[in-house]
Design a protein around this ligand. Structure first.
Ligand code: PFF
Length: 451
């Protein structure tokens, strides 16, 4: 049997896992959710969700991976029994990563297209309506969407083909610091804007009257999505750790970096929004329409637009590789495939499965017609099912499994080994046993309209 691949270093693992967590969720989704849910009050609820729900689940996922050295399906099987129904949660994780990547790649494709347009002078000095038109055109074009979708999946496959240390880790070491530098460049620009203080009081001011129950649940779902939980990415990344690595402090560092970058993204965006009199609660179009409108009016606008969309692309790539890896790891662990074969098969399948999402804005079967029959187009259906149902269900399964089913001695030993934060063991188990399942159950009840 061949030795399981491992991270080259602890820092490499942290960067790769932070790379998984930091993605479109931080830079695209978090700011518009903050904008539509009353700013600071939403941020406060989000931080509570990260600390009390996200962090315990992240520790559980990494712990399952590290203690078994397996991807989600094998990990759950090894810790229960060969026919245990708990394995379904492992399968669900693999399926979720597959579905999410298939539509995530389309949004990453829009970012690539915008970065390309900015670099080639396609979005300088343009007014709001033509920028709105660019977005509408991109969304409706099968050609543009398919091209960038295939391009993006190909880059993702190329990195995953390189393996754990030479692919995942090496690229995280390059892309994550680059992302940070780009963010700092945008931050410095944002400090100089007239709307800076207004932006700050929006992000950090406590407008609790604007926060609804809906907003609280959105914060919880966002914490899951942003920390890459509920689908086995962190189980798989944890499976490449050495037995003596400290899981607890690594999870704290990863969650901290992810949250820091989401907040910095909001700190970059809202001063821009207020300086140019744009609508802070513009929704998903915030990044693809408002930002080009605002940045193209500034000196050096084209440069800042390319930096901004470059940032989105880098963030998306390190997340996408963490979505392809669980499926590859599954094929390698369970069917003995080589990495090459697993990557080519998994990547091609995701690429094909993403085609209907790429065509969702056009008037083909997968676009308007599909929407007329099912109420949502394919892209929105995949997003809705995966984000609102599959991820929380996966998270629920993992926390229940770790807290109620896993052997206490193995769990405790794995939590304690390598860490100085052993005093938190009991609090962690308690959160996983009670608070996390209750919070997730609320997401479900809310989704079916009960609360
Ligand atoms: N955390 C990523 C983001 O914020 O964009 C998205 C993601 C990656 C979700 C990996 C789930 C996952 F397993």
């Amino acid at each position: 049997m061949t030795q399981r691949a491992q991270w080259g270093s602890r820092v490499g693992f942290i960067l790769a896992a932070a790379g998984s967590a930091v993605g479109l969720g931080n830079i695209w989704k978090f700011p518009y959710e903050t904008g539509t849910n009353g700013g600071g009050a939403f941020v406060a609820v989000y931080l509570t969700c990260v600390l009390l729900v996200g962090l315990p689940v992240m520790i559980a996922e990494i712990l399952l991976g590290r203690s078994t050295q397996k991807s989600p399906v094998g990990a759950v099987r090894e810790l229960s029994s060969p026919r245990s129904p708990w394995q379904a949660f492992g399968w669900l994780g693999v399926a979720s990563s597959f579905v999410i990547l298939s539509f995530y790649s389309i949004v990453a494709g829009w970012s690539l297209h915008y970065a390309w347009l900015a670099l080639t002078g396609g979005i300088t000095n343009t007014d709001t309506s033509s920028l709105q038109n660019i977005f509408t055109e991109v969304f409706a074009s099968p050609g543009i969407n398919l091209f960038w979708h295939i391009f993006f999946i190909t880059i993702t496959m190329a990195i995953v083909l390189g393996g754990v240390a030479k692919g995942l880790e090496r690229w995280a070491r390059i892309l994550m610091p680059a992302l940070f530098i780009m963010l700092i460049a945008l931050l410095l620009k944002s400090f100089t804007l007239e709307g800076f203080s207004e932006g700050m009081s929006f992000v950090f001011g406590f407008h609790s009257e604007k926060l609804t129950a809906e907003g609280v649940l959105e914060a919880l779902g966002q914490a899951f999505f942003s920390l890459s939980l509920g689908m086995g990415s962190m189980v798989t990344y944890g499976s490449y750790l050495r037995k003596q690595d400290d899981i607890v402090s690594a999870s704290i560092t990863i969650s901290f970096l992810d949250t820091l970058i989401a907040i910095l993204a909001a700190v970059v965006l809202f001063p821009i929004i207020f300086t140019f009199g744009l609508e802070p609660s513009a929704g998903p179009g915030l990044v693809f329409v408002s930002i080009p409108v605002a940045l193209s009016q500034m000196t050096g606008g084209a440069l800042f637009i390319s930096i901004f969309f470059g940032l989105l692309v880098f963030a998306a790539i390190t997340s996408a590789i963490s979505m392809l890896e669980p499926t590859c790891s599954y094929f390698m662990d369970e069917h003995g495939w080589t990495r090459k074969r697993a990557t080519l098969v998994a990547g091609t399948l995701v690429g094909i499965f993403g085609i209907p999402s790429a065509l969702s804005g056009s008037t083909t079967f997968f676009g308007q017609d599909f929407a007329a029959i099912f109420g949502r187009n394919w892209f929105d259906t995949a997003d809705y099912l995966a984000t609102n149902w599959m991820l929380p269900l996966g998270g629920l399964g993992i926390s229940l499994f770790t807290a109620w089913k896993m052997n206490e001695a193995i769990r405790k030993h794995n939590f304690l080994s390598g860490t100085k934060l052993g005093v938190f063991y009991r609090a962690w188990v308690l959160l996983l046993k009670l608070l996390v399942p209750i919070a997730i159950t609320f997401i479900f009840l809310h989704a079916v309209g009960v609360v």
